[in-house]
Write a protein that binds this ligand. Structure first.
Ligand code: NZQ
Ligand code: ZN
Length: 393
């Protein structure tokens, strides 16, 4: 196991009614004028907005608003938020929503402390090594991305809608309120896309070269099994509290401090690197892109690097509960069972079914490797990514 640092600077307030700590806790973190940011308005329909305004008022906190942050959030929303924050002399940011709103707010938090274009702040840019960020808290309304407990943000930039990543511990939220009841109103499609996203975060950290990190992998297997067990309960009853609670906590734990990747080699998260390009091209829902690509990526890896068959067989046995002695057979059966799960949670079965055009595959493959090889178990350059896209098509 390699050396590592483990740090999760975000406090989680988990469960029913935790909104009641919001106002006082913002004040305890020095907030007096809050930039309240949200998405397309779901929080106004399900009562969350009213609860937040009550909390801000009770604590005597002034606020201004940024609304309309879209899924696959655009850099223009970030720029608008920075402008509102500065013009109104804000000192705290409150993000209320799913990963898109949270991510936009993380970049706003970095941007208000940076004297230069937002674009500088993304990975590889001159401002990526942040010196400061405004304090940020979140009220999560949809489980999936893990943004509520992590240091990442993904923003869509430019005419070609490139998804760019900001990654820095200074944008970890100070605290996050995680009330599973707030996710009851998430539409089925987005609930299940969130499930696919959580599962993929877990798999991206599980399918890595042997490192001796058995504790991390055993924890990961437990998380993956729980997600597989709990998701169908949400389909059957969107107001199943414990199912929503387990999925919400799995979302937060999957990426918190990258705890399941600790002691392992760094990964470019190959499925995410490829999936982001589908979102860029077609504005496709993040979790759906991952469900579409995962089986094809698994088969590609198993075929091109048979040395990893035991790892895929371990997944089949320990996560998918398959009893097959032969590694190759077990590995393939595991992929098939995963495909059946994606079908059961109503993910599209192929890129074609999801609206991808065959003539775009070459371009998408090229963009996925723009910053270099994205493989972890095997090298993934343009040719290999194209093979995976074709298989998923
Ligand atoms: O905008 P509103 O009206 O709120 O509606 C949203 C949106 O339409 C709706 N929704 C959310 N909570 C709801 C609700 N509708 C009813 N009731 C509720 N309680 O759900 C829709 C999707 O929301 P969005 O925030 O886009 O979804 P998600 O949480 O999946 O976020 C996706 C974004 O996060 C990025 C993705 O790339 C994508 O841009 N990611 C961020 C990561 C991170 N920060 O670490 C990691 C991930 O891998 C991912 O890349
Ligand atoms: Zn993801």
């Amino acid at each position: 196991m390699e050396n590592f640092i483990y740090s999760i600077p975000t406090t989680a307030y988990f469960g029913k009614g935790q909104i009641n700590i919001l106002g006082d806790t913002i004040k305890a973190h020095g907030g007096s004028k809050v930039l309240l940011a949200y998405g397309g308005g779901s929080i106004k329909q399900n009562g969350i907005y009213g609860a937040i305004l009550d909390q801000l008022a009770q604590a005597g906190l002034a606020h201004v608003e940024l609304s309309g942050i879209q899924p696959n959030p655009r850099v223009e929303s970030v720029e608008e938020g920075i402008e509102i924050y500065r013009t109104n002399g804000c000192d705290f940011i409150l993000a209320v929503g799913g990963g898109s709103t949270l991510d936009a707010c993380k970049v706003i938090a970095a941007g208000v402390k940076y004297d230069g274009p937002v674009n500088d702040l993304f990975r590889g840019g001159p401002g990526a090594d942040l010196k400061a960020a405004a304090p940020l808290a979140t009220v999560l309304t949809m489980a999936g991305t893990g943004s509520e407990m992590d240091m990442g943000a993904v923003i869509t930039v430019g005419k070609d809608h490139k998804k760019k990543v900001l990654m820095h511990p200074l944008v970890n939220p100070k605290f996050s309120i995680l009330d599973p009841e707030y996710t009851y109103t998430v539409p089925e499609y987005h609930s299940m896309a969130g499930v696919a996203d959580i599962l993929c975060h877990l798999m991206e950290q599980y399918f890595t070269p042997e490192s001796g990190a058995n504790v991390q992998d055993r924890m990961n297997e437990g998380f993956m099994k729980s997600v597989l067990e709990e998701a169908p309960k949400i389909l059957a009853n969107p107001e199943d509290y414990d199912a929503r609670a387990n999925i919400m906590w799995a979302s937060s734990m999957a990426l918190a401090g990258f705890q399941l990747l600790l002691g392992k080699p760094m990964s470019a998260f190959p499925l995410h690197s490829m999936g982001h390009e589908l979102s860029s091209k077609y504005d496709m829902t993040h979790g759906v892109t991952l469900a579409l690509l995962t089986p094809a990526w698994m088969r590609h890896t198993m075929a091109s690097a048979p040395a990893y068959l035991p790892l895929f067989a371990r997944f089949a046995r320990n996560v998918m509960d398959l009893r097959e002695e032969d590694d190759a057979k077990a590995a393939e059966a595991g992929v098939q069972k995963l495909e059946a799960f994606y079908g059961a949670i109503k993910m599209p079965a192929s890129l074609r079914e999801a609206g991808v055009r065959e003539e775009d595959l070459d371009l998408i493959a090229g963009k996925a490797v723009e910053d270099g090889n994205v493989g972890i178990l095997t090298p993934l350059g343009k040719d290999e990514v194209l093979q995976i896209l074709r298989a998923a098509f």
